[in-house]
Design a protein. Structure first.
Lengths: 155, 235
């Protein structure tokens, strides 16, 4: 495939992530912070997000599996997940966490379990899409092209 | 204005228990050309700053005058200058609010209660926009309250606090030669900031007018605290 075509495909794919609300402007900030002194910055932060989220989702699953749910503990995990998702701009994960926390506050176990399912779905979705995004970027770079910059207000 | 040389020496200590957020704030600060040290807890921050519990006890009373040899000796026992409190100079501390164990608020209090550390400007970051939390931090002497995720544009405001503290410390140093009485006068900017804050919400006291006038002389372009702008981005 031609480089220009790959670049176009990458650009469209990136835009779709924002248009579907999977990512927000914070992700662009990460991209803008990446420079020659730290060319893998976004990749590193996103990998940390994956590790962190996976651990928190496991912790949440076992915390909500108890006979007597410790809602403060659940809330603290959700708080951390909300923090890391907002730091990388995983908007839909973050928004689900906000709803999740209201159920923690109400000590609503059923609501919490539903939210956990939802947050898992959102997380796996954004993870898959980010991995695809990275693959497309790698293809462009391998073909000798540069990664097109995306402006948040351009779509 | 010839600030470039001084700016490149500014050293920021960033405190956050989240690895992702440490990476992020480190990158933001480096991009803004600051020297950065990151630690994952308030107690490690205090350790880095050479904070000692016995010093806290001797200065925890309301009397701000502390015997001079107390803060002139840094942890290694080497004689230090009063304006260079620790072995590695830290010009500003930026800390997360919500951390297990010592919170950012606890850290702020410890710093502001310490005779040797209280002049270091402290900025608090939090992902939650809780007005009571914000005003509590500002009243305790925090310079700013940033809503997370912190933006590059937020960090432009840090330079301001560091420049002002440098000036203030020079001044303090001159005043300190000979007498220690002035120490009560040379408080960090807390009273001013808190007052500015209370002006926004409710009534104001006029206790720190002198300080206020002086601050405004040093920083004429000071604007509202950042948190009020950040509300929109937090949604």
């Amino acid at each position: 495939m031609e480089v220009a075509l790959m670049q176009r495909r990458l650009e469209d794919y990136t835009k779709s992530l924002f248009m579907e609300g999977l990512l927000d402007a914070q992700f662009l900030q990460l991209q803008q912070l990446q420079d020659d002194s730290n060319p893998e910055f976004v990749r590193e932060v996103v990998s940390l997000f994956f590790e962190d989220s996976q651990k928190l989702l496991n912790d949440l699953t076992s915390a909500l599996d108890q006979q007597i749910v410790d809602f403060r503990k659940v809330d603290s995990y959700v708080h951390q997940l909300k923090g890391s998702s907002s730091s990388i701009g995983a908007q839909r994960v973050k928004n689900t966490c906000i709803v999740f926390r209201t159920f923690c506050e109400e000590q609503n176990a059923e609501g919490c379990v539903r939210c956990l399912q939802q947050v898992k779905q959102e997380y796996y979705l954004v993870k898959t899409r980010l991995e695809t995004l990275y693959r497309l970027e790698q293809q462009v770079v391998a073909a000798g092209g540069s990664i097109p910059a995306v402006e948040f207000n351009s779509f | 204005m010839g600030m470039a040389a001084a700016e490149s020496q500014f050293h920021v200590l960033a405190v956050d228990d989240s690895l992702i957020d440490r990476k992020l704030i480190e990158k933001l600060l480096k991009t803004s050309s600051y020297q950065v040290t990151t630690v994952d807890s308030g107690s490690k921050a205090l350790e880095f700053l050479g904070f000692r519990e016995e010093e806290e006890q001797s200065s925890s009373s309301d009397s701000p005058s502390v015997s001079s040899n107390n803060h002139q000796i840094c942890p290694s026992g080497v004689l230090n200058f009063p304006w260079n409190h620790q072995e590695v100079e830290v010009n500003l501390i930026i800390t997360d609010y919500c951390m297990p164990g010592m919170t950012g608020y606890d850290l702020l209090k410890k710093i502001k209660e310490s005779s040797s550390l209280r002049n270091i400007p402290v900025v608090i970051m939090s992902s939650e926009n809780v007005p009571s939390r914000i005003s509590r931090c500002l009243e305790e002497g925090a310079e700013e309250f940033f809503l997370k995720p912190v933006q590059l544009s937020d960090l432009h405001r840090l330079r301001h606090h560091m420049m002002r503290t440098k000036k203030q410390e020079k001044q303090e140093n001159q005043e300190e030669e000979g007498e220690s009485e002035n120490k009560a006068e040379v408080q960090p900017q807390s009273s001013h900031q808190a007052q500015q804050q209370s002006n926004n919400s409710s009534s104001s006291s006029s206790s720190s007018n002198k300080r206020k006038a002086m601050d405004e002389g040093l920083s004429p372009d000071r604007t509202r605290p950042r948190y009020s702008n950040g509300v929109t981005t937090a949604v």
